[in-house]
Design a protein around this ligand. Structure first.
Ligand code: SF4
Length: 436
């Protein structure tokens, strides 16, 4: 059978889609190219915003238009949180598989699943992590290692706990086996990921925490560098910072979501820290790791966010050592606590706040990049453009850089470490000449 897999959303979904593709290939199916016909299409959806769900519906309709005979299997967070709504809005025969039963897609016999079926159970009761594993990652440059799934925090605006269930961790041996497979496949960078990685280990019988698993990974797999995905402010412990400062293969790059600089808004969101605590953590991080990239997320237009609250967010961002910023306008998600709150910020005002905050974020990013002008940067080559004579890649501290080759014979291969002298900043990227 010719199978197409369409993926939306986060790194966890991407990892799971790749594991599904690998299982399909093992079972003798072929992955459809852009011009091929499609017998079965699996759409791995996201539900984090209303827009994500809309985009998934659009993608399904597009596939149905182009391949009227194709069977559609929809999985992921949208499938889990609103299977009946999804089925109704598509109005044709589709099969819906929730995150709680995603392992069905690893079963070679999945193609015999009936259309018009809904395989969605109560994910809040799920106790174990679905055993996805990858043997040959798509590219060798960067691979995701999912060590944890689910979230037990229930922030007021977030649908994720209902889409992914409670926090569940991958046992240590399985984490190490996956890392070993990546190392053997020649992967140079492993992104340690999950839905809420700071919860890692809390549900396991062995007393193990995030810092323990990071310690083991960075000491055992010295040929790979490890990048950590998002971590809540209270979970960025001194131990994790000390480990990152000590281990060369622990990328000095942290993503610590702030969401709001107003204590009132944070409290209403159900976030478990104050702006002052966020600031204390990122300042400690900056002191110990002067060159580290520190990213954050902010939400604007949350119900009840007044102009003064928004201003506080701007002030916290301006005064913090963060180096890049993602801004999200609040989007109401049915089923969450915030969905019952009165929306007080108009769409237009949300957009204005988002624009203003993004501009501050861009300034912070450029100021961070500027510090490295004139210095030598090491990047892991991701894209090599032989015609233009350039190599694009990312440094351990998350600088996006383009190295110009002085002589064509210098051309490196993707997945090689390349050194360049940073000369200029264009389009939020560092440009420079390759020296080795
Ligand atoms: S910590 Fe809060 S925002 Fe993050 S996934 Fe969990 S519930 Fe959602």
């Amino acid at each position: 059978m010719l199978v197409k897999v369409i993926t939306f959303g986060c790194k966890v979904n991407q990892f799971e889609s790749q594991a599904i593709i690998e299982a399909l290939r093992r079972a003798g199916h072929q992955i459809a190219g852009p011009r091929d016909g499609v017998d079965i299409c699996i759409v791995n959806t996201c539900a984090v915003t209303a827009r994500a769900a809309y985009e998934a519906r659009q993608a399904i309709r597009r596939v149905l238009r182009r391949h009227p005979g194709a069977r559609i299997i929809v999985t992921g967070c949208y499938a889990q949180t609103d299977p009946w709504g999804l089925m109704e809005s598509i109005d044709t025969n589709i099969c819906v598989i929730g995150n709680d039963q995603k392992e069905r897609l690893l079963n070679p016999k999945f193609s015999s699943m009936d259309c018009l079926e809904i395989y969605v159970g109560d994910i809040l009761k799920k106790k174990n992590i679905t055993p996805f594993s990858l043997h040959s990652p798509q590219g060798r440059t960067r691979a995701y290692l999912k060590i944890q799934d689910g979230c037990s925090a229930f922030c007021s605006y977030c649908i994720v706990p209902y889409a992914r269930g409670p926090s569940r961790s991958l046992p240590v041996e399985e984490v190490l086996e996956q890392a070993k497979r990546y190392e053997e496949a020649g992967v140079r960078e492993i992104v340690v990921t999950g839905i809420h990685v700071g919860f890692y280990g809390r549900d396991l019988e062995d007393a193990v925490s995030l810092v323990d698993i990071l310690d083991t990974l960075t000491s055992r797999f010295k040929g790979c560098r490890f990048r950590l995905s998002s971590l809540e402010p209270g979970e960025l412990t001194d131990d994790i910072i000390a480990l990152a400062a000590e281990r060369e293969n622990f990328c000095p790059h942290f993503h610590i979501p702030l969401q709001s600089g107003s204590s009132k808004v944070l409290k209403s969101m159900g976030r478990r820290y104050t702006p002052e605590e966020f600031m204390e953590r990122v300042n400690v991080l900056r002191e110990r790791l002067p060159d580290a990239a520190i990213g954050t997320d902010c939400m604007v237009g949350y119900p009840g966010e007044e102009e003064a609250d928004f201003e506080m967010t701007c002030e916290v961002i301006k005064g913090s050592p963060i180096t890049y910023l993602h801004v999200f306008p609040y989007s109401r998600r049915p089923g969450t606590r915030a969905a019952g709150m009165k929306e007080t910020v108009t769409k237009r005002e949300k957009e204005r706040r988002a624009r203003a905050l993004r501009a501050i974020g861009e300034e912070k990013k450029v100021a961070f990049y500027r510090q490295f002008l004139g210095t030598t940067i090491e990047i892991l080559a991701e894209r090599v453009d032989r015609k233009r004579g350039t190599v694009q890649g990312t440094s351990a501290n998350y600088l996006q850089a383009v190295a110009r080759l002085k002589v064509k014979a210098q051309t490196p291969q993707p997945n090689q470490i390349v050194k360049l002298v940073a000369k200029s900043i264009e389009d939020q990227k560092i440009f420079g000449e390759m020296i080795s």
